[in-house]
Design a binder for this molecule. Structure first.
Ligand SMILES: C=C(OP(=O)(O)O)C(=O)O
Ligand SMILES: [Mg+2]
Length: 401
């Protein structure tokens, strides 16, 4: 019933106005699924390879489509993703592009769900998925690779950890985003937005901490539940490999100083989450920091792990982190993303399902987070390609009751 009979690929726009790959998968009995690849700006060195969309589409048409059409069932996700790996033949999707692979993988999952008449989260998670909903981490102030002349730290993330429901949490993050707009106006600080819709004011990190702490406290008082905040430092982007130091606008920090700095920030601001506080190849420094503050906060590996089970296994062995970011396009298929989540969960590592800075209206990650019972999802606070996922979470929560 779910045998794939057609795969169509096209180039569409992403939220940065760049081209990306969209896939349609059709099945024998009329099932239909559509998936679109996101794209990173602060990409990890060890991610699967994104090709130019035209190149990825041509390669996938030649190598992957013949292995899928009349060969594989869309309802059997592991077979779909195994066919994509076989078609590519490398370990980083450098032949067909991780952008083609992830678009097809997500489209096939949706076609499978369509045929079964189940919502995607149900198809992926099955009857025994958990009953929890992810807490959304909302990017409210940012800079780094996502905005010029703004903060050194890439993302300041509102974290409504006390929200009674996913809907309350989504609206709380939007309120924090709005409150920050007001604070910036009061201080006469002009602010455009970065790639993910976060405010990108020309302030130093210290002032950004002050503003985000004030905004989360104010909104928390208004809504009556706890809203903390966290960071994506994206430290690999500021690490100078030759001089072995972290380069900030106003100073540099050695690895030891960076560890101490982050530990101080965790205590001072009660941070609930810190992503990529250190360089993407420094499993050891990550372990030192996790040893120091892992009881108080989540130390999350994004560029460190790149959703890759081999790198995650090394991190587990060395105690490098207690959380992992999950980005399906970093590894190329939903199966690989699921395997990373499963390995993490089995080892007490909290998975955070995540968008990319370049996004589309695709909502697969909202379903993936619910299907896998992930405790967090990072998918922005405002902006159409971000609210696509947040609004889908609200619908899923209503549907799942
Ligand atoms: C979402 C992120 O940014 P990008 O997609 O640019 O890697 C991130 O670093 O977590
Ligand atoms: Mg990151």
């Amino acid at each position: 019933m779910t045998q794939i009979v057609d795969v169509r690929l096209r180039r569409i726009l992403d939220s940065r106005g760049n081209g990306t790959v969209e896939a349609d998968v059709l099945t024998e009995s009329g099932g239909f699924g559509r998936g679109a690849a996101p794209s990173g700006a602060s990409t990890g060195e060890h991610e699967a390879i994104e090709l130019a969309p035209e190149e990825a589409i041509a390669a996938a048409r030649e190598r992957a489509v013949p292995r899928l059409v009349d060969e594989v069932y869309a309802g059997d996700q592991r077979s779909v993703d195994a066919a994509l790996h076989a078609a590519d033949g490398t370990d980083d999707f450098s032949e067909i592009g991780a952008n083609s692979a992830v678009a097809i993988s997500m489209a096939a999952a949706k076609a499978g769900a369509d045929m079964l008449g189940a919502p995607l989260y149900q198809h992926l998670g099955g009857a025994f998925r958990g009953e929890n909903f992810p807490i959304p981490l909302g990017n409210v102030v940012g800079g780094g690779e996502h905005a010029a002349d703004a903060t050194d730290i890439q993302e300041f993330l509102s974290a409504p950890v006390g929200a009674p429901s996913v809907t309350d949490a989504v609206f709380a993050n939007a309120a924090v985003h709005g409150e920050i707009h007001d604070i910036l106006a009061e201080r006469s600080i002009p602010a455009g937005k970065g790639d993910e819709g976060a405010w990108a004011p020309s302030v130093d990190d210290e002032e950004a901490f002050e503003i985000v702490a004030e905004a989360t406290e104010t909104v928390s008082g208004e809504v009556g539940f706890e809203i903390g905040f966290g960071l994506d430092v994206a430290a690999a982007e500021m690490y100078d490999e030759e001089d072995e130091e972290y380069v900030y606008s106003d100073r540099t920090r050695s690895t030891e100083e960076q560890i101490d700095y982050i530990a101080e920030l965790v205590s001072e601001y009660d941070l609930v989450y810190v992503e990529d506080p250190l360089d993407e190849n420094d499993f050891e420094a990550f372990a030192d920091l996790t040893e120091k503050v892992g009881e108080q906060t989540l130390i999350c590996g994004d560029d460190l792990f790149v959703t890759n089970t081999e790198r995650l296994s090394q991190g587990i062995e060395q105690g490098s982190a207690n959380s992992i970011l999950i980005k399906p396009n970093q590894i190329g298929t939903l199966t690989d993303a699921f395997d990373a989540i499963e390995l993490a969960t089995r080892n007490g590592i909290e998975p955070v399902v995540s968008h990319r800075s370049g996004e589309t209206e695709d909502t697969t990650i909202a379903h993936l987070a619910v299907a896998t019972d992930a405790p967090f999802i990072k998918t922005g606070a405002a902006g159409g390609e971000r609210t696509a996922k947040l609004n889908e979470l609200i619908r899923i929560a209503e549907d799942a009751l």
